[in-house]
Ligand binder design. Structure first.
Ligand code: SAH
Length: 357
């Protein structure tokens, strides 16, 4: 859906990193320091209107507003948890598509979970984001706009970012990497790369490519099973990349970056929650430098997967711990506004009768 009056030819000024913006300004015949000023307005002060850039000459402000647009992710709906202050956002993009992002408040600071695509094409069986496939990739500027919209809304600094919302970040590789570089830039929000986590379902060549970039981010692998057979049952991508190759790629990532890994394991009742799987997982991860994050599956109405019993999850964790594998059970944030990844967006799209392409 194209929004009225929106002109695709007008470039999004938030797409450029500082080096590129400096080159763009040179082309316009403007000095380099102006590019830096504009960059800081956009990415540090989170200004969304050229006319407010008060240290620029008026003529330049006018020129910029004619030649560029400023990406926004506009909050359409915000659900606020009364239990822990978690805020779930439905954000609208320039073309009418909507995505979701979540703010979680922890003792160590505010963490934002962002989407990297509108929808997803990976097809994991228990995930709501993938039910309608992938509508389109998000640009880095749109990922930044998710964090900026939430920062502006709350007035609070975001210290951590997890790329764990809708979409597969490694299926949108270039823009995801651009996002990581820009959000950790000293002239932007300056969020330490050590406080950024990228979660992937395991696209082997892209994990290796990411390792070569020597970023300091944490890699989280959505493992969800200790055997190839069960993994294939719940994650179609497992057919393309066998478990052994995925784990080798993770070790390679650790070797290149020295960053400890996170293994996510969504626990599904009667599928992957038994003792044998826990033992199998312990053996599989022996010697891997990382820990396991157990996520009791959040059931979605379109599929029959059920949440595991609390006791089963605790036993699962204990078995891992007894076998020398660090494991935690993910604390559920915003239980009272609970909705699984991608469900909020779906509900919004269905109810509002909006089209998504
Ligand atoms: N595509 C990436 C990132 C997005 S999904 C990935 O696969 O990692 C983020 C995490 O949420 C993944 O571990 C995913 O498997 C998990 N997830 C998705 N839907 C879920 C649900 N209904 N219940 C529990 N975890 C879910």
């Amino acid at each position: 859906m194209e929004e009225m009056g929106y002109n695709r030819k007008i470039r999004d000024i938030c797409e450029f990193d500082l080096k590129e913006l400096t080159a763009v300004f040179e082309e316009l015949g403007e000095p380099g320091y102006r590019a830096k000023q504009v960059y800081q307005w956009l990415h540090q002060k989170l200004c969304r209107d050229f006319s407010e850039m008060s240290n620029l000459p008026k003529s330049l402000r006018e020129r910029l507003s004619q030649e560029f647009r400023i990406t926004e992710a506009h909050p359409e709906e915000v659900l606020v948890s009364k239990l822990d202050g978690t805020r779930k956002y439905v954000l609208r993009l320039y073309d009418g598509n909507v995505i979701e992002a979540v703010l979680m408040r922890y003792h160590h600071g505010n963490s934002v979970c962002i989407s990297t695509q509108v929808g997803c094409r990976m097809g994991c069986r228990f995930c709501a984001s993938t039910l309608d496939g992938c509508v389109r990739n998000l640009s880095a500027a749109e990922m930044l706009a998710e964090v900026y919209a939430i920062t502006r809304d709350t007035g609070e600094r975001v210290s951590n970012v997890v790329m764990m919302g809708s979409g597969e970040p490694l299926d949108n590789f270039e823009e995801s990497v651009r996002f990581i570089r820009m959000i950790s830039d000293g002239n932007g929000l300056n969020i330490s790369q050590r406080n950024i986590t990228l979660s992937t379902c395991g696209i082997v060549p892209r994990i290796r490519e990411l390792a070569e970039l020597s970023l300091q981010i944490t890699l989280a692998l959505s493992l969800h099973a200790a055997s190839q057979e069960i993994r294939e049952e719940i994650m179609p991508i497992a057919k393309a990349y066998p478990l052994s190759e995925v784990l080798e790629a993770c070790s390679y990532y650790y070797g290149k970056t020295g960053r400890r890994l996170t293994f996510e394991y969504s626990v599904v009742k009667g599928v992957n929650d038994n003792r044998e799987e826990a033992l199998h997982l312990s053996r599989l991860l022996k010697g891997m430098h990382g820990h396991v994050n157990l996520i009791p599956v959040n059931p979605i109405k379109e599929r029959s997967f059920e949440s595991p019993d609390r006791e089963a999850v605790e036993t699962f964790r204990d078995i891992l711990e007894q076998n020398g594998i660090n494991a935690t059970i993910r604390r559920e944030m915003g239980r009272d506004i609970s909705s699984a990844c991608g469900q909020l967006r779906r509900r919004f799209v269905e109810h509002a009768g909006m089209c998504t392409d």
